[in-house]
Design a protein around this ligand. Structure first.
Ligand SMILES: NC(=O)c1ccc[n+]([C@@H]2O[C@H](COP(=O)([O-])OP(=O)(O)OC[C@H]3O[C@@H](n4cnc5c(N)ncnc54)[C@H](OP(=O)(O)O)[C@@H]3O)[C@@H](O)[C@H]2O)c1
Length: 343
């Protein structure tokens, strides 16, 4: 079995290596062994390799990145009766999907409908579930009050999902991107939503004018870093900064934010907390993700696919500016060296 592993944190292209192991893992009670076909390279996967201590603490030895993907069930644990070998499935949260085989708890498996492609299935959980978590956090931050919502990195895969739902629900969303070309792309995709490029010197004034008297009530931010102070200053009094990513550089100390004077709230949102949501809410979220995968697969756009062994080229592609869509790592079934290996 091939897997991508690292034994220390650092620059992914340097610390990750491809490992060959003679044996596949075995599913225990309540578990399923999935032969993975496709898994994404998410920004969070790379952040986990670069250094998220809480992720690292869970690892004793070598760690394999990846939290979602799709494949086919190879075998099931003794007490798993509702799933069986040969079923196409998507998995999340499933630590270690950058491998040919992964053992996953049965309650983290979602059956993939025939009409959904492997590529779409590999992308149908993390970002759509993040969207649901962001919208719930947004709803509770707005509490029915007037005002606009500002989102950073609006051209990202998650940002486009947010924009699509905003258009559907008439949410007053202002999109921020970092380049003029990114702004042009977003205007073409979402002509009714205002777009502002942070490469313009007066982008903050453009946001204030766009928000009008009610101001910015909530910021959905995945850039953070040095930009956090600007974002907090753009919020109306009593507003909320929802932080869910760290694409930017630099840092902003908490003390530099006008939290106290302006009664601002800063709240983190992570899809890694999704399993702690009530089962009924999770079932509705999965139904939403499946509906999106079936009916609007274009929203789960693929940038390119690379073989698992070409993970360095995939990472380089995933970091290219102005890319659209998510880069995938695939394992060709015909070239599956795990076939016939003693179990
Ligand atoms: N908290 C969670 O549970 C959760 C779950 C999923 C995703 N996320 C986060 O959500 C964010 C988007 O993820 P994704 O998969 O949708 O991303 P993606 O499709 O890979 O897109 C990345 C976007 O970020 C922009 N970007 C990159 N670096 C930037 C910077 N320094 N300043 C401003 N914009 C920058 C890029 O702009 P250009 O087009 O100009 O290159 C691109 O539009 C990431 O931070 C990710 O970690 C968080």
């Amino acid at each position: 079995m091939r897997s991508v592993v690292h034994t220390r944190q650092g620059e992914p292209a340097q610390v990750l290596t491809l490992r060959e192991e003679p044996e596949r893992p075995r599913p225990g009670a309540g578990q399923v062994l999935v032969r993975m076909r496709v898994r994404p390279v998410h920004p969070g996967d790379l952040a986990g390799v670069e250094g998220l201590p809480e992720l690292w603490e869970q690892q004793s030895d070598a760690r394999t990145p990846g939290v979602e993907g799709m494949g086919v069930i190879e075998s099931v644990g003794p007490d798993v009766h509702t799933l069986g070998p040969g079923q196409r499935v998507a998995v999340f949260p499933a630590p270690g999907t950058w491998a040919e085989y992964v053992v996953v708890a049965a309650d983290r498996i979602v059956g993939v409908p025939d009409e959904v492609s492997d590529e779409t299935a590999a992308l149908m959980l993390v970002n759509p579930l993040t969207l649901r978590m962001l919208y719930r956090a947004l709803d509770s931050a707005l509490r029915g009050r007037q005002g606009s919502v500002l989102q950073t990195a609006a051209g990202s895969s998650v940002g486009r999902l947010v924009s699509t739902v905003a258009v559907r629900h008439d949410l007053p969303l202002i999109n921020l991107v970092r380049s003029a070309s990114g702004a042009r792309k977003m205007r073409t995709l979402y002509p009714t939503l205002p777009v502002i490029a942070t490469c313009d010197d007066d982008w903050r004034d453009q946001v204030r004018r766009g928000a009008g008297r009610a101001g910015i009530r909530v910021v959905l931010d995945c850039v953070g870093g040095a930009m956090t102070r600007d974002l907090a200053e753009l919020l109306a009094d009593g507003g909320t900064l929802l932080s869910y990513g760290q694409l930017g550089s630099g840092t902003t100390p908490l003390e530099r934010l006008p939290l106290i004077q302006r009664s601002l709230t800063v709240r983190g949102v992570s899809v890694l907390q999704w399993m702690s949501r009530p089962p009924k809410e999770r079932a509705r979220d999965i139904a939403f993700a499946l509906d999106l995968a079936r009916n609007t697969p274009d929203l789960l756009e693929v940038a390119a696919s690379y073989d698992l062994a070409d993970f360095r080229a995939a990472i380089e592609h995933a970091r290219r500016p102005a890319r659209t869509g998510t880069v995938l790592l695939t394992t060709a079934q015909s070239a599956d060296p795990g076939q016939g290996v003693a179990r």
